[in-house]
Design a protein around this ligand. Structure first.
Ligand code: GUN
Ligand code: ZN
Length: 430
């Protein structure tokens, strides 16, 4: 059956909006139709509405804004009860708070309840796709994909691999990490909307043998993703140099085992050197930037201008990094990215921020032909935003209404889950 949404609509094309004309399409009164979970038509309501039965049209005109569902490039599902943990920087934060919680995810019931809460929270915040770290236990991955399959969300996730510098119950071995990851990806990668990511936590918690085994898996299954952390915190960078004395840099460690590439997502990328940025650019590796986390854990300020610098631009995107990050909302995440850039005399125009959290992050995931746009053939993952969701927003919108960049800036600066009016997953409102 055809279902249709009507209202103001905004969608970006592949180009970042700084590329000018044609980089986005805004319909003041648009209408899109959904068939079998995909968008089938999109046009001005005046043209499309007469061809449809009125009772099939869900009307969000005027006042709302219909956009592609948000995409989160980096988040940890077993950290829903780590979020808002006080007073520690990265390495102490991991030991004191994070590992304790992730241990609990070996229990299938705890994992299932955690996955249910987590996915509901993502959808409540308008996020329809995310690259997700599970825990070390395969049970945690099974629970996550089972819940994502039930919601029919397009998710990328994987089992964390750690074979050192972690508590005994939270360690695998190179052989076990390889075997468990392989079995999980053979079961879940490409099943329905689910996709698998090889997930060595970071260089501190994997031996050379485990990184080697990860490289083997990446070669054996080249269309899976690989996600890990890099250069988030200065003490972390120093520890990696100590653990890998032969390495020229943190990036060199991952490069040595063949872990870089266009399906590799590196969380944080704050303290990288120029040769490292060059290598990420050459290998088309993606930097997943996580501003709320970097500010909260006190890690530092990512330098987006330096990352994008020609002639060696690095591919980038935005992630929440919950529970180091402090919000599931990609609106809040965009607001904090803006502030991180302001602190360095840089700017993040609202059009670019909304491009990043939709089409830009879809391209960062090599899924730019499936999600992140409102266009025929695209999967119907859609968010309906309310720029007047709170008294403060409503009051501010009295002077911004009718101005698209200003409306978007109000949404990202003042908005959060309260500004998410509806979330549609493959055409169904969840
Ligand atoms: N580095 C290694 N593991 C983690 C994690 O869980 N969160 C963050 N923010 N950084 C990490
Ligand atoms: Zn992280």
């Amino acid at each position: 059956m055809i279902k249709a949404l009507r209202g103001p609509m905004l969608s970006f094309s592949e180009q970042p909006p700084t590329a000018g004309e044609g980089a986005y399409r805004y319909l003041e009164d648009g209408l899109l139709t959904i068939e079998h979970g995909r968008i089938s038509q999109i046009d001005d309501a005046s043209r499309l509405a007469p061809t449809l039965a009125p009772e099939t049209v869900i009307d969000h005109f005027p006042g709302k804004l219909i956009m592609p569902g948000f995409i989160d490039l980096h988040i940890h599902y077993p950290q829903t009860q780590v979020i808002a943990s006080y007073g520690a920087q990265l390495l102490e934060w991991l030991e004191r708070y994070t590992f304790v919680e992730e241990l609990k995810y070996a229990d299938p019931d705890h994992a299932a309840a955690g996955a249910r809460f987590f996915l509901a929270e993502l959808l409540r915040n308008g996020t329809t796709t995310a690259a997700v770290y599970c825990a070390v236990s395969p049970n945690s991955v099974e629970a996550f994909f089972a819940e994502s399959e039930r919601c029919n969300t397009r998710m990328i996730a994987g089992k964390v691999m750690m074979d050192r510098n972690a508590p005994p119950g939270l360690r695998d071995t190179p052989e076990q990490g390889y075997a468990d990851s392989r079995a999980l990806l053979e079961k879940w990668h490409g099943r329905g909307r689910q996709l698998y990511a090889l997930t060595p936590r970071f260089a501190i918690t994997s031996t050379e043998a485990q990184l080697e085994a990860t490289g083997t898996l990446k070669r054996e299954f080249p269309d899976t993703y690989l996600q890990t952390h890099i250069s988030e915190n200065r003490a972390e960078v120093a520890e990696v140099a100590r653990l890998f004395p032969w390495s020229e840099s943190y990036t060199h460690v991952y490069d040595r085992y063949g872990l870089l590439g266009e399906r590799t997502l590196l969380g944080h990328c704050i303290h990288l050197t120029e040769p490292e940025l060059q290598r990420l650019s050459e290998t088309a590796t993606v930097a997943a930037l996580c501003p709320t986390s970097n500010l909260f854990i006190g890690s530092g300020l990512f330098d987006l201008q330096a990352l994008h610098r020609q002639p060696r631009p690095v591919r980038t995107g935005l992630g929440t990094d919950v529970g180091g990050g402090t919000s599931y909302s990609m609106l809040r995440t965009a607001a904090e990215a803006y502030k991180v850039m302001q602190l360095q005399g840089q700017n993040l125009p609202a059009l670019e921020a909304f491009h990043m959290i939709t089409c830009g992050n879809a391209h960062a995931l090599s899924l730019g032909d499936k999600i992140g746009r409102l266009a025929p053939g695209y999967e119907a993952d859609i968010v309906v935003l309310d720029p007047t969701a709170t008294p403060t927003m409503r009051h501010r919108m009295e002077t911004a209404a009718g101005n698209l960049p200003e409306t978007l800036f109000v949404l990202m600066t003042l908005g959060d889950d309260r500004a998410i009016h509806r979330t549609y997953v493959a055409g169904d409102c969840l």
